[in-house]
Design a protein around this ligand. Structure first.
Ligand SMILES: [Zn+2]
Length: 148
C-alpha cells in the first residue's frame, strides 16, 4: 500500500488525503469538507511556448517538465517513467511534457542543449535539471527534494 496523496481542495482549501489507488483507478475523489471534485492530474500535461506561463509559472506545485522530441530514442525510454510519475506524484508535482521542436522559445529560454532533459521548476524558475536517461529512483529522489 502506498501513502495517500495530499490534494488541496480548489474550492475551500481543505487538504484531503486521497489514496493513490483511487487516483490510479481514475475514481473521482471529492473534497471531504465541501464535496468539490478534486482534480488530481494523472496524465502528463502538454505544455507549449504559449501555455508555459499559465501552466508552469502559475502552477501552485513544482513542475517536472520533460523536454522531448518525437525522433529522440532516449526520450521514448523516459516517457513511461514520466507517465508513472504523473500518477505517483499527483497533487504534489505537476508532470508535464514539452516538444522542443514545436516550442523552440521555451527550449532556448532554458538553454536545453540535449534531450531528454527534465527540468524541475518552481514558479517557472529552474530548481533542478536532470539530463539524459536516469533511473526512476534518481528522478523521484530529486523531485522529493523539490516538493519538500
Ligand atoms: Zn473543499
Amino acid at each position: 500500500m502506498s501513502d495517500p496523496q495530499l490534494i488541496r481542495c480548489p474550492s475551500c482549501g481543505a487538504t484531503n488525503r486521497v489514496p493513490l489507488e483511487k487516483i490510479a483507478q481514475r475514481l473521482k475523489p471529492v473534497c471531504g469538507r465541501c464535496k468539490t471534485p478534486l482534480s488530481a492530474e494523472t496524465k502528463p500535461v502538454t505544455i507549449t511556448d504559449a501555455t508555459f506561463a499559465a501552466e508552469v509559472e502559475r502552477s501552485p506545485v513544482p513542475v517536472l517538465l520533460d523536454m522531448w522530441a518525437p525522433w529522440c530514442g532516449p526520450c521514448r525510454m523516459v516517457a513511461p517513467v514520466i507517465e508513472e510519475l504523473a500518477v505517483e506524484m499527483a497533487g504534489r508535482v505537476r508532470v508535464a511534457k514539452l516538444n522542443v521542436d514545436e516550442n523552440p522559445a521555451t527550449a532556448a529560454r532554458f538553454h536545453v542543449q540535449s534531450i531528454p532533459t527534465l527540468l524541475v521548476l518552481r514558479g517557472g524558475r529552474e530548481v533542478d535539471r536532470i539530463i539524459g536517461v536516469q533511473p526512476k529512483a534518481a528522478i523521484v529522489q530529486r523531485l522529493e527534494r523539490a516538493a519538500a
